[in-house]
Structure formats: structure tokens, C-alpha cells
Design a protein around this ligand. Sequence first.
Ligand code: GDP
Length: 162
Amino acid sequence: EAEREIGFFFPPEQTLAVIKPDTQHKEVILDEIRARGFTVSRLKDTVLSREMAEEFYKEHRDEPFFGQLVDYMCRGPCTMLVLTKENAVDEWRAAMGPTDPGEARETAPESLRARFAKDILQNAVHGSSNAAHARDKIHFIFGDISSENELICDLEAEESFE
Ligand code: GDP
């Protein structure tokens, strides 16, 4: 009853974030993630196989840079993260900044890509682009964590309203 009267309660959301291979200053990036109010709900370092990297980026399979992207993503350990926050998907995209670090330095100088990306390919971090992708990629990397974590249920509840 009290909660209904407050009226503006938005459940936390989850997104999949990745610190990509060969990224320098991983610890700084993790500190920054927490400083920006994200909860790190899962964390693991994984070297993706070629097959996993191809599956992870399957939406990009027709892009001319797909081969380079797959090479990059499996050439060393990725730090895989489940981040939890209100509006986590969009908040994490904003924290990363634009894909191209040149553009990031122009338009979002505080963003992680402005500060840590090498170039448009080796751009330090990944984040899911919408809630459906977030749910799929979290499942792909971490398996079924829904029984351990009620927040996944909130993602599914949100989608059922679409
Ligand atoms: P994101 O959502 O900002 O990560 O960008 P996209 O989904 O468009 O691209 C996925 C990833 O492919 C990017 O994060 C880059 O690592 C890489 N990428 C995107 N655009 C280019 C490009 O024009 N050239 C190259 N070489 N790589 C790119």
C-alpha cells in the first residue's frame, strides 16, 4: 500500500557489459562502473572460442568488419559482467559513449570509450543495446541465473507488456 502511494518505483534492470580483450586499466574501469552506481551482479573472465565470439556478435555477421571483430574478441580474456541499476541498458550505453572513440572524445569526453578505446574496433567495452539482447546475452554467457536472481524476472515481466 505504502509503495503504491509513492508511485514512482522503477525496478532495477540488468545489462551485459564486457571489458574487451587487451583493454588497459581494467581495475579503473571496474571502479568507475561502481562509482556510476551500477551493482556488479556477476563477473567472470572468459576467453571466447571463435564459435562463441561469432555467436555473441551474430547480429553483425554481414558487416565487413565481422572477421576482425571476431579475431579481436577471442584473442584474450574478456571480463564479462552483469550490471544492475535502474535503466541499466541505456545508462551503460551512455557510460560507454559512442562506438568510435574519435566521436566519443568530441561528444562524450568523460565516457569510457573516450578515455580507454584505441580505435573504432578496439573500443574497450561492450554493452547490450536493448533489454531483449541483454537477457539473451546474459543467458548465453552466464547460463540460467534466473533462479538465483529475481531481477531477471523483472526483465521478462517488462517485455510481456510490449
Ligand atoms: P556498439 O554497439 O557501440 O558496440 O557498436 P556496434 O554494435 O555497431 O558494433 C559492434 C562492435 O564492432 C563495435 O563495438 C566495434 O568493436 C566493432 N565495430 C563497429 N563499427 C566498426 C567499424 O566501422 N570498423 C571496425 N573495424 N569495427 C567496427
